[in-house]
Write a protein that binds this ligand. Structure first.
Ligand SMILES: [Mn+2]
Length: 360
């Protein structure tokens, strides 16, 4: 049995779009806490090998102290740690991977062609990005050498890809003869896959960075049995999850509806709450303030429609009637995005008119 912790795509020091500058700073420092979580998981579970499949650093602008924090965390792990640089953190002689900060148990692949390293219980291969793109498959014409031990390859690449990020056709995986192919690049966890006799997986990124990276994030705990069968379990590591929720306000008090929508889930998470259904004009800043303690960061999106009875005065021979007929005409000809804006304008317009400025 061989126990491997497989992680990728940490994207340390990434900018966090959609958060305030202060919150983005907090998120960047929390990403460094993630490193301790990763090391602790490897230590507590007794990983015999840790494989990190690239894009650990978001760019070559990564702070040196961030790379140092990564090096320090990996140095605490009493097992070999191997890194295969990806397109964001490709290996070059001037990269942080060439800096003299890496502990002895950390091995960093530097060559785009697969290199072999013999460890006591596994034959390991790895390939590196050495530029921001590569047009070949990291597994092109690759075949493991005959041996008794299980074989693992760690690399960054794009299974079924057609772009410039090391596209890997599935037949390359099937022909490799590998026991396990530890991949990075795709940010959602793929779960364990199989092509021929070779198992492969993407663990996904261990910490979401935006609303396109929702839910639990983490690493894979991979076990290779003596009969070369591979199993993999998901290991949550993220500090905060991104979530998108919807809340129908029809016939409800908006404040109560929003707090009950947020009652489930964690106040540590980052939430976008989409308000739907029929509602009067909403005071979004006030709703946000009232519910702010329920999430670490909360954004409200108003997708509500004007209540039907608001249109009841459409037939009147008055300014209100004229206003409603004109707005109806515009809404009927509008696209979805513009319609939401126009519906809001109807509510604001009506409340202005109904404050005594247009009595029929
Ligand atoms: Mn990548």
């Amino acid at each position: 049995m061989l126990h491997i912790l497989h992680a990728a795509d940490l994207h340390l020091d990434a900018p966090f779009a959609g958060l305030s500058a202060d919150q983005a700073r907090v998120r960047r420092s929390e990403q460094r806490l993630l490193l301790d979580g990763l090391a602790d998981a490897a230590i507590e579970r007794g990983a015999e090998l840790v494989v990190l499949s690239g894009d650990l650093l978001d760019s070559h602008q990564t702070y040196r102290e961030t790379a140092q924090a990564l090096a320090d965390a990996l140095g605490r792990i009493p097992a070999p740690v191997v890194i295969a640089p990806g397109n964001h953190d490709f290996y070059s002689p001037t990269s942080l991977y060439a800096a003299p900060i890496w502990p002895k148990n950390v091995l960093i692949f530097r060559d785009p062609r697969p290199q072999m390293v013999e460890l006591p219980n596994v034959t390991l291969y790895g390939a590196a990005f050495t530029g921001p793109a590569r047009d070949d498959s990291p597994l092109a014409s690759f075949r493991v050498q005959a041996g008794d031990k299980p074989t693992v390859m760690v690399c960054h690449g794009d299974v079924d890809g057609t772009g410039r990020y090391g596209s890997i056709p599935r037949p390359d995986i099937a022909a490799s003869g590998l026991t396990y192919l530890a991949l990075g690049h795709i940010h959602g966890c793929s779960g364990l896959q199989r092509e021929g006799d070779t198992y492969w997986a993407y663990p996904g990124c261990p910490e979401g960075r935006g609303f396109d990276e929702l839910g639990d994030k983490g690493a894979l705990w991979v076990t290779i049995g003596d009969d070369r069968t591979v199993t993999a379990g998901f290991l949550p590591l993220c500090r905060r999850r991104y979530e998108i929720l919807e809340c129908d306000l029809t016939g409800r008090d908006p404040g109560q509806a929003v707090s009950s929508a947020l009652a489930q889930g964690s106040s540590e998470d980052i939430c976008r709450l989409i308000l739907t259904g029929e509602a009067q004009a909403l005071d979004l800043p006030a709703l946000s303030r009232a519910a702010g303690h329920l999430r670490w960061a909360l954004t409200l999106r108003d997708h509500t429609r004007v209540p039907r009875d608001l249109w009841s005065r459409e037939g009147e021979d008055s300014l209100t009637g004229f206003f409603l007929r004109e707005m109806r005409r515009r809404i009927d000809g509008a696209g979805e995005e513009e319609r939401a804006t126009l519906e809001r304008a109807v509510r604001y317009g009506l409340s202005a008119l109904e404050n005594g400025e247009d009595t029929p």
